[in-house]
Write a protein that binds this ligand. Structure first.
Ligand SMILES: [Zn+2]
Ligand SMILES: [Zn+2]
Length: 352
């Protein structure tokens, strides 16, 4: 089968290769990939700002149809439309696994970075992927594969904004950054009943991403190079500041700016990665304002179910986020579209 392999550092370290089509283990199914998204962390990988194991098929966001089942699989059959939690070889008995947080398992065979699907174990930018039954979820009938392949990012956001630090009715929420994660954060905040939702971008985002934000009806779409974000937030909150600021841009400046946008005792919710590992942070000002700063990584079984419910119940509309569909062979174009910000959600379609 064909798969997009990263075999060495650098932009020339990628290739669409013929790779072995693995047999599903007895507790696994093989999924024929119908749609597979490019995630922001894979763009970091493209720029050598993410770890991986050379020779791995990349990709951790996908949706597809079960094409083969292992002997001990009970709840799923060939033909089922599925997505899956992207964890393999987790222990099943640590506190994190038992409470549904498999992505945080600390006992993965070979260590925490050795068994991560799409970085160190073959992932979903391929014609097929094999995954264990314990992570599978059925795609609702009214949800397309192109939408469902975003279940992974939505599940990360559902964990952050619906479970861990729930957004409540009437809150003013600022989302910094209008990539896929930022826009989904704004949509989920609205679905949770937020009063005012403000999303930010820069001049580079104007042509595509901020336009999509406006089309989606996000109330306040702010180009921070044209408008004074802090003043707007203060005006909208009677001078108090936002109840919640979601940092989804990764920009070191935006990370620091969260503090000037949030109210006293407000919450800053950090989602996603920054390209730099250390960011200088105004610790004392955060302390004096008694701000909560909450970090998020990965998702949980509960948040995956929520992600699919958000789609099934039409609480969030993901279709406008999809700007490009490409065959696997045009993966470089996919990265370029994201780098230039012409693309928002770029999806690979192996059958193309
Ligand atoms: Zn992702
Ligand atoms: Zn575990």
């Amino acid at each position: 089968m064909k798969g997009i392999v990263k075999f060495k550092d650098g932009k020339d370290g990628w290739e669409l290769r013929e790779v072995e089509r693995a047999e599903p283990l007895e507790n696994e199914v093989e999924i024929e990939i119908i749609s597979a998204g490019i995630c922001g962390s894979e763009l970091h990988l493209y720029h050598d700002n993410h770890w991986y194991t050379p020779g791995t098929v990349i990709g951790h966001e996908w949706a597809g149809i079960i094409s083969r089942v292992g002997a001990k699989v009970k709840g799923f059959k060939v033909g089922d439309r599925v997505v899956s939690e992207n964890d393999k070889n987790v222990c099943g008995y640590c506190d994190f696994c038992r409470s549904g947080y498999k992505s945080l398992c600390q006992n993965r065979e070979g260590g925490s970075r050795e068994n991560v699907v799409g970085y160190s174990k073959n992932g979903g930018w391929a014609e097929y992927v094999c995954m264990p039954e314990h992570g599978l979820l059925k795609v609702p009938e009214n949800t397309t594969f192109d939408e469902a392949c975003m279940a992974e990012p939505v599940s990360v956001i559902a964990l952050a904004l619906c479970i861990k630090t729930p957004i409540t009715v009437g809150e003013t929420v600022v989302v910094q950054g209008c990539g896929t994660m930022g826009i989904i954060c704004a949509l989920v905040a609205r679905a949770c009943g937020a009063g005012k939702v403000i999303i930010t971008g820069t001049e580079d985002d104007e042509a595509v991403r901020l336009k999509i934000c406006r089309e989606l009806g996000i109330e306040y779409v702010i180009n921070i190079q044209r408008e004074d974000l802090k003043q707007i937030v203060l005006n909208l909150t009677d001078g108090r500041g936002a109840d919640v600021v979601v940092e989804a841009s990764g920009s070191p400046k935006a990370i620091v700016d969260c503090l000037s946008l949030v109210r006293v005792q407000g919450k800053i919710i950090a989602i996603g990665e920054s390209p730099t590992s250390a960011v200088e942070y105004p610790y004392n000002p955060a302390m004096f304002r008694a701000v909560s700063l909450i970090f998020n990584m990965g998702s949980s079984y509960e948040s995956w179910k929520m992600a699919l419910k958000l789609m099934e119940l039409k609480k969030i509309d993901l279709k406008p986020l999809i700007t490009h569909k490409l065959p696997l062979s045009e993966f470089k174009k996919g990265f370029d579209l994201l780098d230039s910000k012409e693309g928002l959600k770029v999806i690979f379609k192996p059958e193309m």
